[in-house]
Design a protein around this ligand. Structure first.
Ligand SMILES: [Ca+2]
Ligand SMILES: [Ca+2]
Length: 98
């Protein structure tokens, strides 16, 4: 189980139109407001990394499980997500007790 509450605020920031899903465009826009210039491609890649079911949109649950996974890291330009398949899905939840 993932503590989605912990990421609800972050998710709300990302989900600019409030439809419960974050698109690459929304991600890019958010990064832009944070002063980080993301290209469409970089934003799409970041979404891909978090998009567990591959529908191109990130839900709060996907964001939460991505953020709480040990593999969580910002996308690097030299490491396309396709080459780092998520095989640790069943790994120890490594629950960080507060
Ligand atoms: Ca949205
Ligand atoms: Ca998805």
């Amino acid at each position: 189980m993932v503590d989605t509450d912990k990421y609800a605020t972050t998710f709300a920031m990302l989900d600019r139109d409030g439809d419960g899903r974050v698109s690459a465009a929304e991600f890019k826009e958010l990064m832009g407001t944070l002063g980080v210039a993301f290209t469409d491609e970089t934003a799409a890649r970041a979404i891909e990394m978090m998009d567990a079911d591959g529908d191109g949109l990130v839900t709060l649950e996907e964001l939460a499980s991505y953020m709480s996974s040990p593999a969580a890291a910002m996308p690097r330009e030299d490491s396309p997500p396709a080459s780092r398949s998520i095989t640790t899905a069943k790994a120890d939840p490594s629950d960080r007790a507060r």
